[in-house]
Write a protein of this length. Structure first.
Length: 170
């Protein structure tokens, strides 16, 4: 897992150097409304918790209509703190609005015994530029990974979340 993360970071910095004139960096923070879905023997149970996220991102302009956005976020909720790494495709819809979509990896920092520490899913959302430097965003992360180790096929635990926050671009 460490090799995968290191490879991703090296690839991003290589892309940034190739497109340095079209790259921006920034910071973001906000609220995370997480839900954990339990499935066992045909029964479903869902719990919700509110937490926060804070992190950094890099925008790499690929073309006028496509931006690659790599993020590294610390996400804190009561039971599961994680490092989230969304790899987002950003599509400008207008001067102020952007649509974001892509895969997201999560490394759980305090997973319990019997739980996996690698989470993954799909993320989609929108961003609105308040000014050239400030923006607000809303996104949903659909957790696809079964976080239970060695679970029978009808048992699963999945972590998803709705994010709302503000960011600043340098």
């Amino acid at each position: 897992m460490k090799k995968l993360l290191l490879s991703a970071v090296i690839a991003v910095f290589t892309m940034i150097n190739l497109n340095a004139q079209e790259s921006r960096f920034g910071l973001k923070a906000g609220a995370d409304f997480a839900s954990m879905k339990f499935k066992a023997e045909g029964e479903n149970l869902s719990t919700s918790e509110t937490g926060f996220y804070i992190g950094a991102f890099a925008e790499i302009g690929i073309s006028e209509n496509f931006i690659f956005q790599l993020e590294v976020l610390y996400v804190s909720i009561e039971d599961f703190d994680q490092i989230a790494i969304p790899l987002m495709a950003k599509f400008p819809v207008s001067e102020e609005f952007d649509v974001l979509v892509g895969p997201a990896l999560g490394i759980l920092l305090d997973s319990e015994e019997g739980m996996k520490s690698l989470n993954f899913g799909l993320e989609a959302g929108i961003a609105y530029d308040i000014s050239e430097d400030f923006f607000i965003e809303a996104r949903y992360n659909l957790g696809l990974a079964n976080l239970l180790e060695d679970a029978p096929s009808d048992y699963s635990v999945k972590l998803s979340g709705f994010f709302a926050g503000i960011g600043y671009k340098f």
